[in-house]
Design a protein around this ligand. Structure first.
Ligand code: BGP
Length: 476
């Protein structure tokens, strides 16, 4: 058995990390636009340092990013040359509604994405659109306190309905909110939340999460009403937790840690709050406003498929302080002695991808979609801009093999695979340009210098062959 012939191979990006053109085309400012490069970024992303506008003395990489705003034709052509069947991208909320609470959408913004979708269709590339990828209009943060406020549901739904209607027939695959579980770990990134003095932070984060879950369900409902052809997915920052030892309490800790992510997908895929979450609210005295109407919406609008990002697994223990720690995709982890790590300390675990696919499929019995995976690495181009990134090929080969095993041996239903940052872009966690994921090199550095010239890396030619052979030939 091999992958389906209509398996969706492609790549993924997000507006806030690649588009730039932040003040062009009538666009308003969003949360990540004001996240600086440098040591304070972590605190801003975590909601501990309130920075809601550009401040003197900081460099904000999102302002120009990799300037896809002016390079999209060229980039799409390169994606087509690799044979992409699908391209995952996000729409910038503030290109459509610059303030977020505007009555009328910004025509220039709507036109911009229409051109992109038409260009993709020209090459038979299916767009997979994330409605909100780390994207909250600044005005909504300042005026309403972002997702902690119930009003956000209406603003989000108005935005979602506008694009669902406008791009009807051009876009069929939608993701409601990127890595929805990140709101619990990096609340400014995931929900535009900057904490106020004395707030119950857990309560604020779970309330924001609840509003997002309701908004996501309403968008799913609208998507199905507007076009029954639409397929809507939820999106989890994935990767399971290993217990550091076989001590029962370590295993139980792993279950609990995984539930912090599953909690969201349990609601989005099964339509109701799991008991362990309701018990947690009760036990920890978290007063979450969940109405009967909310419950009804959640129950009646589950997603069609479950998508997730996968970079690494985590290792946890009930005695976590006894061990050495490392970082990962927004989560920390105990260092796993059996795994190698990237230059940024993210632990490399291809089999963990097969495990994640199996866990998610066993739990939800819905088609899955890997919408992010890849290696963030420093690339050194030669004088022609060519990068010999055999290390990236190696990483991807192992992950694609694990993915194929999940499908071919375990019978997981998988719609597609889009590798992260198919064209180099700004790192979400660090704001660096030097943490690259792409098949396409972009001449731009961490200080904002460079020409934006695109060039093909070795992995470009490799991935082209992978797609051509539907994943049969992974050799380099
Ligand atoms: C995910 C995000 C992406 C992306 C990726 C890689 O969390 O959905 O936006 O950035 O991780 O992370 P980083 O850019 O921090 O290396």
């Amino acid at each position: 058995m091999s992958l389906n012939k209509d398996f969706l191979w492609g790549g993924a990006t997000a507006a806030n990390q690649c588009e730039g053109g932040v003040l062009e085309g009538g666009r308003g400012l969003s949360n990540i636009d004001v996240a600086p490069h440098g040591p304070e970024r972590g605190d801003v992303l975590g909601g501990r340092r309130k920075m809601l506008s550009w401040e003197e003395g900081y460099y904000y990489p999102a302002i120009e990013a990799v300037d896809m705003y002016h390079h999209y034709m060229e980039d799409i052509k390169l994606f087509a040359e690799m044979g992409f069947k699908v391209y995952r991208m996000s729409i910038s909320w503030t290109r459509i509604f610059p303030n977020g609470d505007d009555e009328v959408p910004n025509k220039e913004g709507l036109d911009f994405y229409e051109k992109i979708f038409k260009e993709l269709r020209k090459y038979n590339i299916e767009p997979l659109v994330t409605i909100a990828h780390f994207d909250v209009p600044i005005h909504l943060i300042k005026k309403y306190g972002a997702w902690r406020n119930r009003k956000m549901i209406d603003f989000y739904v108005r935005y979602a309905e506008t694009i669902l209607k406008h791009y009807k027939g051009l876009v069929k695959y939608w993701l409601t909110i990127n890595e929805i579980n990140i709101v619990l770990h990096q609340p400014f990134v995931g929900g535009g939340i900057a904490f106020e003095e004395g707030e119950n932070e857990q309560e604020v984060m779970y309330q924001a999460a609840h509003h997002q879950l309701v908004a996501s369900a309403l968008a799913t409902k609208k998507a199905h009403e507007i076009d029954p052809e639409n397929k809507v997915g939820c999106m989890l920052a994935g990767g399971n937790s290993y217990p550091y030892t076989c001590r029962p309490e370590d295993y139980f800790e792993a279950i609990n840690q995984d539930r912090e992510g599953y909690f969201f997908i349990d609601v989005q895929a099964r339509g109701k709050y799991p008991n362990y979450a309701l018990k947690k609210f009760e036990r920890e005295n978290l007063n979450i406003d969940i109405t009967e109407e909310d419950k009804e919406i959640l129950a009646t609008s589950p997603v069609d498929f479950v998508s997730f990002s996968y970079y690494a697994t985590r290792t946890v223990s009930a005695h976590s302080e006894d061990y050495e720690h490392t970082v990962g995709n927004f989560f920390g982890s105990i260092k796993n002695p059996h795994l190698l790590a990237t230059e940024w300390g993210w632990q490399i675990d291809p089999l963990g991808l097969r495990s994640a696919l199996n866990q998610l499929y066993d739990r939800y019995q819905k088609p899955l979609f890997i919408v992010e995976n890849g290696l963030g690495a420093v690339d050194v181009p030669d004088e022609n801009g060519y990068v010999d990134d055999e290390y990236r090929i190696d990483y991807m080969r192992q992950h694609i093999e694990a993915m194929k095993d999940a499908v071919e041996i375990d019978g997981v239903e998988l719609l597609g695979y889009t590798s992260w940052g198919c064209v180099d872009l700004i790192s979400a966690s660090t704001g660096q340009m030097s943490k690259r994921y792409g098949f396409i090199y972009v001449d731009r550095d961490d200080e904002g210098k460079g020409t934006f010239t695109r060039s093909k890396k070795k992995s470009f030619y490799w991935y082209k062959k992978v797609i051509e052979t539907n994943g049969e030939d992974l050799s380099s």
